[in-house]
Design a protein around this ligand. Structure first.
Ligand SMILES: Nc1nc2c(ncn2[C@@H]2O[C@H](COP(=O)(O)OP(=O)(O)OP(=O)(O)O)[C@@H](O)[C@H]2O)c(=O)[nH]1
Length: 531
């Protein structure tokens, strides 16, 4: 099956490896690295937020200090009592406002009634009236001006209120301090107020103090003080940054009637938050390249040789060809395995060759007569069948049946062992005097032999047979008991025929045998051909 393939298993292993690496990478990023980086970022953002808040605080405190210096001053204290305009005319000239950077100065008595007030438009330094301070509203009286109760609560010491407030929908920076003598003796006898609209200059000043460019807007006070948003990443809980990468926070107005919300663009994030970032792509590409190289390595050095071996063994089994060899030059375990298979094939091949030679010997034995060492009757049977099957039509063939004359008497006279020797001598003589390529001789049985002559007509067959009769006679093997002579002789019956589609050889043999009978009848030691 496909899944059983080594290559498939390797690919599946790689897929698991890649998923595992991505899993580790994502886990490491989300559970270890990002929380730390976000925490560091939040710490840095927190510092920026407090720098902005500090800018607001320092700006209002600066106003408070200037205001305090003017409120806790004997001249101011006496002015509240005597209202001598020389004091205000000499001290609060236009340049005073310009240098202090304020819109207005207001002096109130203990009952928070305006004693003196003056305000200017900072843009063109034209006179300005700002009703909430001119005729102080209940709100101003309560939240900005210093009441007697506050001073009593402060052990009869000067009280200052500094900060930002919202009046008539306008954001204002103010500083109010109770008017005291410079040596802080006696009671307070009023409130001195410095104020300024929160305009572009104030914003620029604050931005410079904080070193951050931010914008502001006035909002309802009921928003949370510090806004920590949940980041897009579900693993990271805290970040000050909004989805638009802005940071904002709230500065509540001291008068509790609103709040300043400042917003600024967060510094560019110094780390990647998605797992699909440059580093991941580079490392994933490197991983894939490494896996690719490993795959090629496995494929070329392990899988491919195994597949080649598979093909070779399949071919060996299919073609039953045991001569194929791996002849591997590899020095590794696969090389050892292939060499072992080669040795196994060596063994199989040598056994096979032994078997073949044994079979050849067996074949030879089964086709050879043990006494005369010439082909036997089985070989004659095979030869004749093959001859009738494969010979071309019209081929002349002759069958000669050879029989030793008076051989019973020979045996009786010389003994059976001598009879065997004589049979051997006759067989070998017949064999030697026939053409090895075209003629065939076999022992048919007993003292009877059969000769097959190919490409030989009747006349030639007669000549060959006569020659054989003479050659055996020429051996001059003595046979005292022969009725016709005193040497061993043979008789031959001949049947010559033409190949014409015969399928059985026995009728042909029997004709030759009948001719032999005639040769015996006519006195033996001769060859007779059928008519
Ligand atoms: N020594 C020996 N004798 C054999 C062998 N095979 C057959 N014979 C003998 O051959 C003789 C054949 O005798 P017969 O068939 O009577 O024929 P014959 O004596 O040769 O007389 P004709 O054929 O008529 O000339 C028998 O006595 C067999 O025993 C053999 O392998 N060795």
């Amino acid at each position: 099956m496909f899944i059983n393939s080594l290559k498939t298993k390797l690919i599946i292993f790689y897929l698991f490896l890649i998923i595992f690496v991505i899993f580790i990478k994502v886990g490491d990023l989300n559970l270890i690295q990002l929380p730390q980086l976000y925490a560091l970022e939040a710490l840095s953002d927190e510092k920026d937020i407090s720098r902005i808040k500090m800018a607001f605080t320092s700006k209002s405190r600066e106003y408070g200090v200037i205001n305090y210096d003017n409120a806790v001053w004997d001249d101011t204290y006496h002015y509240v009592d005597n209202k001598n305009s020389q004091f205000t005319e000499s001290n609060f000239v236009l340049d005073t406002y310009k240098s202090l950077g304020i819109n207005g100065i207001h002096i109130y008595d203990k009952q928070t009634v305006t004693i003196w007030q003056q305000a200017w438009n900072i843009t063109d330094w034209s006179p300005l009236t700002f009703p909430p301070f001119d005729q102080p509203s209940t709100f101003v009286k309560k939240h900005i001006l210093i009441s007697e109760e506050l001073i009593i609560k402060n052990n009869n010491k000067p009280v200052s209120r500094v900060g930002f407030t919202l009046l008539d929908d306008k954001l204002i920076l103010f500083a109010a301090t109770s008017i005291f003598k410079a040596n802080l003796t006696g009671n307070a006898n009023g409130t001195m107020l410095f104020w300024r609209f929160f305009d572009e200059q104030v914003l620029t000043d604050l931005q410079q103090r904080a070193g951050i460019k931010f914008t502001i807007e006035v909002i309802q006070p009921n928003l949370k003080n510090t806004v920590k948003l949940t980041s897009k990443n579900s693993f990271i809980k805290n970040s000050y940054r909004t989805k638009k990468d802005e940071i904002f926070d709230i500065i509540p107005l001291i008068t509790n009637n609103g709040a300043i919300k400042f917003t600024y663009q967060a510094p560019i994030r110094q780390f990647a938050t998605s797992w699909l970032n440059h580093a991941t792509i580079v490392s994933s590409t490197l991983l894939l390249l490494t896996l690719g190289v490993l795959f090629i390595f496995f494929h070329y050095f392990i899988i491919r040789p195994i597949l080649q071996a598979d093909n070779m063994v399949t071919a060996i089994i299919k073609d039953n060809d045991h001569s194929i060899r791996f002849a591997s030059k590899r020095k590794d375990e696969l090389g050892t395995l292939f060499n072992l298979i080669d040795r196994l094939l060596d063994g199989v091949e040598s056994n096979e060759q032994q078997l073949i030679s044994h079979n050849v010997r067996l074949q030879h034995i089964s086709q050879t007569d043990s006494l005369t060492k010439i082909p036997n009757r089985r070989a004659f049977d095979t030869t004749m069948k093959k001859l009738l099957q494969v010979s071309p039509l019209g081929l002349d063939v002759a069958i000669l049946v050879v029989d030793v004359d008076y051989f019973k008497k020979y045996n009786d006279c010389y003994g059976h062992a001598q009879g065997d020797k004589t049979l051997y001598a006759i067989a070998q003589t017949l064999r030697k005097n026939l053409h090895e390529d075209t003629d065939f001789v076999a022992r048919y049985g007993g003292e009877e032999f059969v000769v097959v002559l190919k490409n030989t007509d009747k006349k030639s067959a007669q000549a060959v047979a006569n020659n054989l009769v003479n050659i055996i006679a020429d051996l001059k093997i003595s046979h005292q008991d022969s009725d016709i002579t005193d040497i061993v002789t043979i008789s031959i019956g001949i049947h010559a025929f033409v190949i014409s589609g015969q399928t059985q050889y026995m009728p042909l043999f029997e004709l030759a045998d009948q001719a032999l009978y005639q040769a015996k009848e006519q006195g033996r030691n001769r060859a007779i051909t059928t008519d």
